[in-house]
Ligand binder design. Structure first.
Ligand code: NAD
Length: 298
């Protein structure tokens, strides 16, 4: 019988902890933690993600500041906004909701974010700290995956781990975090040859390719742990309903594995929760609080 790694349940448990932590320390801090989210243009999925982040913030007592900028805003205006937020004492964390319109230089904007407010962990200073295995803001999706594994005492040290995908958002930071935890990590990508054979070696297989149902049972070793990062909305053929699926063909893979993440309800909720953790971590550092959140940081 394989174990479902229930990200939804774990995220609610962590949220309760965060809620209590804020309630306990807010009086001393004299203000709630603040998270600024910058959204550019009308990408509908971004709209949903921003709303989810706003709701999650309000559940734990973080004040959110949403800046929804027009599609035709220019680079300089966003840079100016980021600079203002860098110096705004009510803001502990800030993120740029991706994707943003192509004419805007996304990496340049991320470079402008004060590293201590960079709650997505994408600024080069935080990536550098990750490479050096020094404490710093860590990307939320990879950090959520580490916590999900930890919650079920699935150890990384000494394990063979294959990560499918090498994006700056997921694959690369995740591979580094797992390496820092002494996993033996293979990072694969769209040019990897014999991907199925490489994946079949893995004790822990993590799919973050953005390709629906790429991983079937032929990619998976008996007893492996499979983590599905992908999230896709597919139209069903008979009617206009949309179904959510990941990069893993779950019904084929579940009988073979020891543990797996569902889609939805696996990695997704943990991503949002780690954003809350990073924001609160930045807030409490500003007030010199001794943290009880350290166990949540990879
Ligand atoms: P991306 O498109 O930036 O990167 C995809 C990576 O996968 C690339 O490195 C590419 O080389 C590799 N790849 C593509 N096709 C491949 C193939 N056939 N074989 C092997 N490698 C292949 O995507 P991303 O931002 O890293 O996101 C990946 C997926 O995860 C998407 O479905 C995205 O929606 C999802 N995602 C989910 C969460 C969450 O919280 N659940 C967060 C971030 C991303």
């Amino acid at each position: 019988m394989s174990l479902k790694l229930d990200g939804k349940k774990l995220s609610l448990e962590i949220e309760e902890k965060l809620n209590n932590y804020i309630a306990k320390n807010k009086k001393m801090a004299k203000r709630a933690p603040g998270l600024a989210v910058i959204r550019v243009g009308e990408d509908p999925a971004s709209g949903v993600y921003v709303k989810n982040k706003e709701k999650a913030c309000s559940r734990v007592g973080i004040k959110s500041f949403i800046f929804h900028l027009k599609e035709n805003v220019d680079q300089k205006e966003i840079e100016q906004l980021i600079n203002e937020l860098n110096f705004n004492d009510d803001i502990d964390g800030m993120l740029l909701q991706l994707p943003i319109p192509k004419k805007i230089d996304e990496q340049r904007l991320i470079s402008y974010i004060n590293p201590s407010k960079d709650v997505d962990g994408l600024n080069e200073k935080n990536i550098g700290k990750l490479v050096k295995n020094e404490p710093g803001m860590r990307s939320c999706t990879p950090a959520g995956i580490i916590n999900l594994l930890r919650s079920q005492k699935i150890t990384v040290e000494g394990k063979k781990i294959v990560v499918i995908g090498r994006s700056l958002l997921v694959g690369k930071p995740l591979s580094l975090m797992l390496l820092n935890l002494n996993g033996t990590v293979t990072m694969t990508h769209s040019k990897t040859q014999y991907l199925d054979k490489v994946c079949k070696e893995a004790d822990i297989l993590i799919a973050a390719a953005g390709k629906p149902n790429l991983v079937d049972s032929s990619y998976v070793k008996e007893g492996a742990v499979v983590i599905d990062v992908g999230i896709h909305r597919l139209k069903s053929s008979d009617n206009n309903k949309t179904n959510l699926c990941g990069d893993v063909l779950l019904e084929d893979v579940i009988p073979k594995v020891s543990a797996y993440t569902p889609v939805p309800g696996g990695v997704g909720p943990m991503t949002v929760t780690m954003l809350l953790v990073n924001t609160i971590y930045s807030w409490q550092k500003n007030f010199g609080l001794s943290s009880t959140l350290n166990d949540l940081l990879p």
